[in-house]
Design a binder for this molecule. Structure first.
Ligand SMILES: [Zn+2]
Length: 411
């Protein structure tokens, strides 16, 4: 008796498998993965191409995306970029944030992202307007992408009266993680302490913007590791940028890597912003400021590579494509060809673990989140930057991307 499926993918190449398989979908979930499924149902023959469970973006800012044209964009540092956005966001409305966020989400969907943690600014200037817009976007695009809001005070906490009360209000109303930005606070350690207090109170994960410079003489990493261990929060804490790690000589990097691995603190590398804002002082041989995520992973640190900013004073580029970002990272990080698969992990399996997603992956029982790439291997995905041809969320098709066509003259 053939099993009843709603849809079957034929000849799908999953990562690491030596031969293509058939994937049967039923009730929005992956119901079977076998060499030859016998059934009579709708089917898509993917011809041996690579399928993935979608890309996972752990760090993006939907609320301040797409601001090109609203300011002069002559910012040369992270503090100037923060000031520029702080000035603009007083005028943000829920509708404005929603419209800009929707543009980025739709691009992310059509580039294969199926899960996303968006960092949402919460402070007395913006109030909860950004958060309200993100909640509406989460609801309206749930058919294609799971959006998880991480609320955070971009302009400080102990130095910004009213910010904490607003963070608490957001955590009571759907904030799924809490972030922080200790380097802008007048009391960075108290900032970190308060963020962990709130994380514990609301039982949410912590995802901090940490150091964002190339001076290894001071950092807040140790305090984050200390708080993580003190509160038994191993596996629930991530730090973004962590660019100081790129400035460490090998012996100090080894010590820092072991500290992060032992404390269970993950690192998110944000190549587009790090390369754009760092190394500005150099007249030549500018430093890259990029932390080597795939090498940290090889030494036991959980890492992801993510989008961060899209077309704003922090990063005037961006299309929300995580495959492009992984390719960009691999290029800058001098990744060897045999490390390309590890680079693809940085935008798929590892960010899913960072977000503690328990139902991610092409395995029986998981939601049928599936994207199809025009290549046949993980290595090819990084090397060729192939088209993402189609995507499915919980078994329902969400987009299709056609391959370019050539029209040579008839002879
Ligand atoms: Zn960020």
């Amino acid at each position: 008796m053939p099993t009843a499926f709603d849809l079957v993918f034929r000849n799908a190449r999953t990562r690491g498998a030596s031969t293509p398989v058939d994937i049967g979908i039923a009730g929005g979930r992956i119901a079977a993965i076998e060499p030859h499924l016998i059934c009579e149902t709708a089917e898509i023959d993917v011809g041996g191409k690579l399928v993935l469970p979608g890309f996972v973006d752990t760090h993006i800012h939907l609320d301040k995306a797409c601001l090109l044209g609203r300011c002069a964009h002559d910012h040369g540092s992270v503090s100037e970029a923060i000031r520029a956005v702080a000035a603009m966001k007083r005028d943000f409305t829920v509708e404005d944030i929603y419209a800009r966020g929707a543009r980025v989400i739709e691009r992310a969907i059509t580039f294969g992202t199926t899960r996303m943690r968006t960092h949402v600014e919460i402070d007395p200037r913006i109030g909860l307007r950004g958060f309200e817009a993100i909640k509406a976007l989460k609801r309206d695009y749930a058919w294609a992408i799971d959006i998880s809001p991480c609320v955070f005070p971009q302009e400080g906490l102990t130095n910004d009266p009213g910010a904490e009360e607003l963070l608490i209000a957001a955590l009571r109303d759907g904030g799924e993680a809490i972030g922080g930005c200790p380097y802008v606070d007048t009391d960075p350690n108290a900032h970190i302490e308060k963020i962990f207090d709130l994380a514990q109170e609301f039982d949410v994960d912590v995802d901090l913007h940490l150091d964002f410079d190339l001076d290894p003489s001071w950092w807040h990493m140790e305090e984050v590791c200390r708080q993580t261990e003190r509160r038994n929060y191993q596996g629930r804490v991530a730090i973004g940028h962590a660019t100081k790690l790129s400035a460490l000589p090998p012996d100090r990097l080894k010590t820092a890597t072991e500290r992060l691995a032992n404390a269970g603190v993950a690192v998110t590398v944000l190549p587009a912003t790090d390369l754009y804002l760092l190394g500005r002082d150099a007249t030549h041989n500018a430093p890259r400021g990029l932390t080597m995520a795939h090498k940290l992973v090889a030494h036991g640190v959980l890492c992801s590579v993510a989008t961060n900013n899209v077309q704003n004073p922090f990063t005037p580029f961006g299309d929300a494509s995580l495959l492009r970002m992984a390719n960009f990272y691999a290029n800058i990080a001098h990744a060897k060809v045999n490390e390309f698969d590890a680079c693809l992990d940085l935008v798929t399996d590892l960010p899913a673990r960072l977000m503690n997603l328990r139902d991610y992956g092409i395995s029986v029982g998981n939601p049928a989140d599936i994207i199809l790439l025009d290549t046949d291997s993980g290595r090819g995905a990084i090397a060729e930057l192939p088209e993402v041809l189609m995507g499915f969320k919980r078994g329902r098709q969400t987009f299709e991307r056609r391959l370019p066509m050539l029209f040579p003259p008839k002879s």
